[in-house]
Design a protein around this ligand. Structure first.
Ligand code: TYD
Length: 136
């Protein structure tokens, strides 16, 4: 699957912790956008899309949530609860996020500005796009 878990170097001392995100160093793409999800209500499941081209790095900077990832061939469930770990999602990975802790702040760095035409929001369409042409 087109994903990676990237360890992020933590600069910790007796005052606390600090992590720096730097384009081309520990973030493997040009950062054009940052957004974050917070105050997610209990029981909410969100996402339900893939991107045709977008690359994203997702970090649970506080709290935790679960991811269901699907590339059309395999499904992976991941638990994100570590601000020193980034989930790199490349193109054409269907994602659903759920089980957000009340305090969860999920921060996302992306390599493009928001563009609705890059979204695939229909799961059946996504699955059809991931199949080789001779299986359609
Ligand atoms: P949405 O795509 O529904 O979030 P998700 O699929 O991750 O659950 O986004 C919620 C709203 O925020 C929707 O109206 C689009 C808007 N939005 C932006 O304006 N800019 C952004 O960068 C993102 C990610 C969403």
């Amino acid at each position: 699957m087109n994903i990676k878990l990237l360890p992020l170097q933590k600069h910790g001392d007796d005052r606390g912790s600090l992590i720096a995100l730097e384009e081309g160093r520990n973030v493997p793409f040009t950062v054009r956008r940052v957004y974050y999800m917070f105050e997610t209500k209990e029981g909410v499941r969100r996402g339900f899309h893939a991107h045709k081209n977008l690359k994203q790095l997702v970090i649970a900077v506080r709290g935790s949530c679960r991811f269901l990832l699907d590339d059309g061939n395999e499904q992976i469930e991941l638990f994100l609860d570590n601000p020193a770990q980034g989930l790199l999602l490349e193109a054409m990975v269907w994602r659903e996020m759920y089980d957000f802790s009340e305090d969860c702040v999920l921060m996302v760095l992306a390599d493009s500005l928001y563009d609705e035409s890059d979204y695939v929001r229909d799961k059946a369409e996504f699955l059809a796009m991931t199949k080789p042409a001779n299986q359609l």
